[in-house]
Every structure is written in C-alpha cells, then in structure tokens.
Design a protein around this ligand. Sequence first.
Ligand code: ATP
Length: 488
Amino acid sequence: MSKSTDELFKNVISHAKEYGFVFPSSEIYDGLSAVYDYGQNGVELKNNIKTYWWKAMVQMHENIVGLDSAIFMHPTIWKASGHVDGFSDPMIDNKDSQKRYRADQLLEDKIARYDKDGKTDKAEQLQIEMDNALKAENLPRLRELIIEHEIADPVSGTRNWTEVRQFNLMFSTQMGAVADDADLIYLRPETAQGIFVNYLNVQKSGRMKIPFGIAQIGKAFRNEVIARQFIIRMREFEQMEMQYFVRPGTQKEWFNKWKETRLKWHLALGTEPEKYRYHEHTKLAHYADAAYDIEFEFPFGFKEVEGIHSRTDFDLSQHQKFSTKKMQYFDPEVDPETGKPFGNYIPYVIETSIGLDRMFLLTMINAFEEEDLSTEEKQDSRTVLRLHPCLAPVKAAIFPLIKKDGLPEKAREIMDRLKVDFNLQYEEKDAIGKRYRRQDAIGTPFCITVDHQTLEDDTVTIRYRDTMQQERVNSAELQKIIGDKVSW
Ligand code: ATP
C-alpha cells in the first residue's frame, strides 16, 4: 500500500469512528477482535444499502421473493451442505510467536511482495504452485512452499513453522440446558442454507414457477483466523444473498445474466467502472460449476465484494439425501423438443452473495474526500462524504439561523412537515458554517436554513453538499426537491 492510499484508509477508519459510523465492539473492554458495532450514522447507511439491494432484487423482480430464516438451524443441515467436513482453512502456527496464520494468506502476501518488487515471474510461479496445492488439498506442499520462499513470521521474524492443518471456521454452541454432543448447533456461516431448506415452502405457498428467486439479508458467522483490514474480514458479518432456481441445462445462461445484472447494480451508484473487475475462480468450491467474484479496488488492492456462483443441484440434492424428503419441483411447462412437460427435477441454483459490510466500507471509501478549499486569502478544507443521496444517513439538516426571534419554532414546524418522509437532523448550535461542515462529514446532501425572511415569505435557503451552492426556495418546494434526489 502506498503512503497516500494507506493514509486514506486510516483516515476513513478514524472518520467512521469519529462520526458515529463504525465502532470497535466492546471498546471499553479493549475491543473484541474482528467484531464491530455500527453507530447512529452507520446503521442508517447500512439500512439504506439493504433497501437499495432489496428493492433491486425483490421489488423489481416479480419472480423473486424474500425470506428471513433463523440463524439457528438443525445441525444436520451443515453436514449435508458440506460445512462440517469441508468449511475450513489451512492453518500454520509459528512455534516461536505461538501465532496462527492462514497458510494460503502467507503465500498470497509473498506473491504480492514479489509483484511489488517487479519479480512477476516468481509471483506467477508461486501463484500456480499454491493453486495446485490448494486444489489437491496437499497440506504438506503448502508448508514446503512457505519454507522454500523463506516466509518469516511477521511477529517473531523466525521461520519455525508447524505442519499445516485444516481448521473449521464454524462457531458452535449448545442448545438446551444439558451439554450433550447431540445438542451441538452451529451459528450459520452463510445465509444460503436457510433458503435451500425452505425452497419448497416458498415455492408452494407463493405458487412460484421456475425460474424464481429467494432473497435474504442476515447475519453470518465465521471464526476467521486472520482478522484484519477493518470490516473486510469480520467474525460476525452480514450477507445479502439471492438463490435463483432454474431448469437444469439453463444455468449457464442465468449465471451470465446475474453476473452482468449484479455489476450494473454496483455501477448504478455512480462508481467509476475502473474500480471494479471480475475475477474468475479457477479453484471451484465443491458445489460449484462456475464462479466469479466482483472485486472492488480498495486502498489495499482489489478484494472480493460479491460472489456469483453456479451451485448446480448440489445443495438441494444433499438435503434430499440427508433429510430423505423430496426436494423435487414439478415443471408443467412443455418441452418443445419432446412435446411433454419437463416434469420432476431438482432445480439448479445460481447464487449472488454480497457482503453488506464490505459494501459499506466500499461506499465510505468511495465517498470520502478531503477537499482543499483554500483561496489566496486563507487556507481552508473540509471533509465531505459524497454519498449517493439515496444512501445518505441524514437526508437534510434544518437550521434556524439563530436561536431566537421565533426561528427555532419555524424551523421545527418545517421539520415536522418533512420528517414523516425523510430522516432529518435539527441543529441550532454553533455558527452556520460549522454546522455545514458537520453535515458534510456525514454526507447530508441538503442543509436548510431558516432566517428572518422565512418568517415573512416562507422561503428558506437550501445549501447543496457537493457544490456548496445556496439558493432561496419556498419551503413548500422542499418536499419535492429532497424527494427527487433521494428516491430510488
Ligand atoms: P473471502 O475469500 O474474502 O474469505 P469468501 O469467498 O469466503 O470470501 P463467500 O463465502 O463467497 O466469501 O461469501 C460471500 C460474500 O460475503 C463475500 O463476497 C464477502 O463480501 C462476504 N464475506 C465473506 N466472509 C466475510 C467476512 N469474514 N467478513 C465480512 N464479509 C465477509
């Protein structure tokens, strides 16, 4: 990371804390690693991102419906899905520092260092060797690579490594009063399984016809061993997932469609297209027949924000096998080739899975600007969050110019009219300029000032965050001016 991007990232993190977006969890007890809380502005931004997603996926698609399944699920679900046996990372310990690392992450870091030093051949070679070792689940080979490439523990500086072992990422807990192995349940590591096990309930009760989708937003938990880069890799995080059930044989077409549709969703927020790229998976998960990531260029490099996966009929077939309940769908549509209905089959699934917290961070980084406003006479600057108005936590701030002469009452009256539709903030403390700066810092697109003239002709000044221009408008127009910009 270059100094300026490193600084940008640090500034965003401290800004997020100072202005009530993200706090370290349990801070007064020195925090809890890789767990974060969202503050008063963070929760609004997060809710707005969720709404943007929900509207695009559920409201705009007649054949996609929502679901809110429980976090706790029958433990056999995680056997069937392959998570109990296969959801693990290859870990290695350093004997001197007693620190544990993801073996593939150590190698990735080394590859990045080779790249940075212009040793692209070495980087490519190591990438291929690592991918092969991961694909073959060859754990001793991963260790050999770490030793061959002289990777030292960042803490102790030594190369005294243990064997590589698989480490399951699922958190578990006990259900019921008496601890018994039979009552072991897991905190879900993805929301998808809640959709799979409910797919027939939704299909039947909603009379859904293939192709159709089920969307869900919810918490997921992973005992990530390497927790770093702020809210990029958390132990408790939120996913927005959609499973799209399709006729076998049509999955490729739907996969391509969703891959494109999802990138368009990102770009519709106004992000420069160069900041995004697709990454095709060469090492596919056990359930997938195609997988692409949508990556965003964070200050520390391109990182996955969303995964588009073609999951075949793996999950539904597994649940059929483990539950012994039929997971088939009856397709009444006539196959033009045979002239008969397509009949019974287990649908194939295309999944779009986006991390809400990563989307949140991406949005903050994109919006954050330290703008130099200096003139010849004086030095000046402001920190402004250029959030898309529909995502801004506060849509408008209402200020009485001064705290007397009936201006606060008038400001409150205007506020009462608008607050049914928009999240607003009322502020009367400090000079107007300072109040503007505070709103810029949380991304509020409009500031409305009530002054003495307002009492005479019911006009107010409206000041725009991005241009800092002001104009005088009738207070009756505010509803439309704000509404036009912040609606979806
Ligand atoms: P990574 O390779 O970065 O660990 P993944 O491939 O395991 O991610 P998926 O299982 O495809 O991720 O999950 C879908 C999305 O959930 C990811 O694109 C990411 O945005 C988000 N996500 C996954 N793990 C975490 C985490 N620990 N913290 C925050 N978001 C996460």
